[in-house]
Design a protein around this ligand. Structure first.
Ligand code: GZL
Length: 358
């Protein structure tokens, strides 16, 4: 009897292990998590230098945590992390220090899109592969892969939503103020390009666009100056990230200007971090277009594949939902940056969605 029980138990155990193996998703817009890292950490740690933009936003904090968790020592990595404090000179210096340290891989989340070819040529000469994370680099192709977001689509989606929302609310004239992200960053360039395209097609008036540097302080200062120059002349504020939106709210509140679902001003944001989705839930932000910072596991997966001599896709796009405060619209349809006409769902924020956010 005991032998039969042991046999059944062994068989059940074998079946359960076989059913647990997951698949890696390396096609663009991955929805599944990459394949689980091998359970036993390899003998030799993979030395990775990561030059992070800085610590300017909730998004950036989540991005840093995601990379540090995925590139841990237990998972086989020796991560050398530099917070470049939104300073491009510091970022180039960090990359050169990684070359000096002869790391195995260099990862860059580029503050701005230009000024990279010289240092990437130095990395190439040192035979150190470079991976670009989050934002893009425009003036060099000397890197092996990029993982991040389609920023122009984020801007297009925001414009497409505003068009349908204004129609549903019977708002005829849109007078828009934009608080942009860090000038020259691909996130700012893409979101601006996408939104401006829809604004032009619909004859909207963009009264002003100033740089809030993706920070709450930057958003507040720009909004304070807008309130002096355009008081009572605007009914839409577009903030290119959540922290700028928090700053803009503070400035509007201080000036007695109402915003959100029951306010005078429609407030649009990007990133969809936890604190912002709570504001969407409360109707204080009308719509928030997610930019997904949880790229760490995709980065670790790419490095492990490269270390094993496997190929990785040139680009990996993060999946990103669009969140709204009201359910008067179910989806948006627009022509995306690849020229495809797409219809994408709008997700009304619930407490559970806000609680689960990064
Ligand atoms: C976007 C990222 C941007 C976020 C901001 O991928 O680079 O930088 O939208 C962050 O919150 O500061």
């Amino acid at each position: 009897m005991k032998k039969l029980f042991a046999l059944v138990l062994a068989l059940a155990l074998a079946l359960s292990v076989a059913a647990c193996s997951g698949g890696a998703s390396t096609t663009p817009a991955p929805s599944a998590k990459p394949s689980a890292a091998p359970s036993a950490a390899p003998q030799k740690l993979i030395k990775v230098g990561f030059a992070q933009v800085g610590h300017e936003s909730d998004w950036r904090t989540a991005s840093t945590k995601s990379v540090q968790a995925a590139l841990s020592k237990e998972k086989g990595f020796d991560l050398r992390f530099v917070d470049c404090d939104n300073n491009s000179a510091k970022q180039l210096e960090a990359v050169r220090s990684f070359i000096q340290q002869q790391v195995d891989y260099i990862v860059i989340a580029p503050i701005v899109s230009t000024g990279w070819d010289t240092v990437l040529t130095e990395a190439q000469s040192a035979k150190i592969p470079v991976i670009v994370l989050d934002r893009t680099i425009d003036d060099s192709t000397k890197y092996v892969t990029w993982i991040g977001s389609e920023f122009t689509n984020e801007g297009l989606a925001a414009g497409a939503w505003l068009k349908d929302y204004a129609k549903a609310k019977n708002i005829k004239d849109l007078n828009i103020l934009v608080i942009k992200g860090t000038t020259g960053s691909s996130a700012e360039i893409g979101r601006t390009k996408g939104f401006e395209k829809i604004a032009k097609e619909n004859g909207w008036k963009i009264l002003d666009q100033q740089d809030g540097n993706f920070t709450q302080d930057g958003g507040q200062k720009v909004m304070e100056s807008y309130l002096k120059s355009y008081k009572d002349k605007f009914n839409v504020v577009v903030c290119q990230n959540d922290n700028e939106a928090f700053g803009a709210q503070d400035a509007m509140k201080a000036a007695g200007v109402t915003y959100g679902v029951n306010g005078k001003v429609i407030l649009i944001s990007f990133d969809a971090c936890k604190a912002a989705l709570k504001q969407v839930l409360e109707g204080k932000i009308n719509a928030d277009f997610q930019c997904n910072p949880l790229q760490g596991e995709f980065l670790a997966d790419a490095i492990k594949k490269l270390a094993a001599g496997e190929k990785v896709p040139a680009k990996t796009y993060m999946k990103e939902p669009w969140y709204v405060a009201e359910d008067i619209l179910k989806s948006i349809t627009y022509t995306n940056n690849a020229g495809q006409t797409v219809t994408e769902p709008l997700i009304k924020v619930t407490q559970a969605i806000a609680d689960a956010a990064y």
